[in-house]
Design a protein around this ligand. Structure first.
Ligand code: DP6
Length: 343
């Protein structure tokens, strides 16, 4: 009598970055952000959740290794889902017979390196929350729950182009993800991930952004004066499918995020020399065509995420292979179409 459900959730890559919290436990950000959700078949987490009256306690395995279920963020997600389930039971019927008293076993695997700045926590928590919601038969605003696992996870609850509205309320009820456009809106858009390094990042996003909030005046300026305007411009660029505007904003926002990391004290470096060479290459490539054809963005690690349009993919891959033969960076490309929410 084991009930079991398996779901997958894709990674999302921000084009307007989230960096900095105004509330640590609820995970409320100091600025809104916007991302593209990758195709389900590319970078994804697969999670199986099971529940049975024979299970003695909640347990979790990540990539085959048992982890501490008492981590506060995992506990937040479990508690919120059980709360929603209890509420639903008392509001409606008792037809869903998965008893809330039953303990759950959670098994989660990524098909890409964990914690290398490749948004593994985003796909991971989105998938955890989505699978638990199916197991317990709850719906409602699940991005509010995923947000409490990892901020960026709330954006992986939807496919296509997704904004995380920072919200204003103290309780965080208005800090949620919203789809700006579905994946079908811009079918020519492509994502390439250049894996510069699969190693664990030195400074995790959670602690990195804490130090930035405490020490960087540039971050405050960014959150108060830069991001609000950029969110509007980015939404408009996406709606118009204006790649040049989308690309330019994406690069500028990634650069400003890394500038705030350098402005943090002590400074945080996520980009390495290969990342910097990729940046130069993209600018030289665009200058050659007098057009923004390719754009880069970097999260809390050295790996480059490239957005471009379908027509330019083969040539740009050739150019990268020429300048970065596999033996120089040990890297490889992963290609993907930006589509698909958790399923
Ligand atoms: C640089 O969502 O990993 O990728 O909320 O503390 O879990 P926590 O942080 P996390 O931060 C992601 C930061 C980023 C930018 C982004 O995805 O918007």
């Amino acid at each position: 009598d084991v009930t079991m459900i398996t779901c997958t959730a894709p990674v999302n890559i921000a084009v307007i970055k989230y960096w900095g919290k105004r509330h640590e436990e609820l995970i409320l950000p100091i600025n809104s952000s916007l991302s593209v959700t990758l195709h389900q078949d590319q970078l994804k987490t697969t999670t199986t959740v099971a529940c049975s009256r024979h299970f003695q306690e909640d347990r979790i395995w990540l990539n085959g290794k048992e982890e501490d279920i008492n981590q506060p963020r995992i506990q937040s997600c479990l508690r919120e889902i059980r709360r929603l389930a209890r509420k639903r039971r008392s509001d409606e019927d008792l037809s869903n017979d998965i008893s809330l008293a039953h303990r759950v076993h959670i098994c989660s695997v990524n098909n890409f390196p964990t914690a290398a700045g490749l948004a593994s926590s985003a796909a991971g928590y989105a998938c955890l929350v989505y699978s638990l919601s199916r197991l317990f038969g709850v719906d409602g605003e699940l991005s509010l729950v995923a947000r409490q696992g990892s901020g960026s996870a709330c954006r992986s609850m939807y496919g296509g182009f997704v904004q995380w509205k920072m919200g204003e309320r103290q309780d965080g009820k208005d800090s949620l993800a919203e789809q700006v456009e579905p994946e079908s809106h811009w079918p020519e858009l492509r994502v390439l991930v250049l894996v510069v390094s699969a190693e664990r990042k030195l400074v995790g996003s959670t602690s990195g952004m804490q130090t930035s909030v405490k020490t960087s005046k540039l971050l405050k300026h960014r959150a108060d004066c830069v991001v609000p305007g950029r969110m509007e411009e980015m939404i408009s660029a996406i709606q118009r499918r204006d790649f040049a505007a989308f690309g330019e904003l994406t690069m500028k926002d990634s650069n400003q995020f890394h500038a705030t990391c350098l402005d943090t004290y002590p400074p945080i470096f996520y980009l390495n020399d290969i990342s910097q060479k990729v940046i130069s290459l993209v600018h030289r490539y665009n200058q050659h065509y007098q057009d923004t054809r390719v754009t880069y963005t970097f999260d809390a690690g050295p790996n480059a995420v490239i957005y471009t349009l379908e027509d330019h993919v083969p040539e740009f891959i050739q150019v990268v292979r020429y300048f970065f033969p596999p033996e120089t960076n040990g890297g490889e490309f992963v290609k993907g179409l930006p589509v698909g929410p958790a399923s």
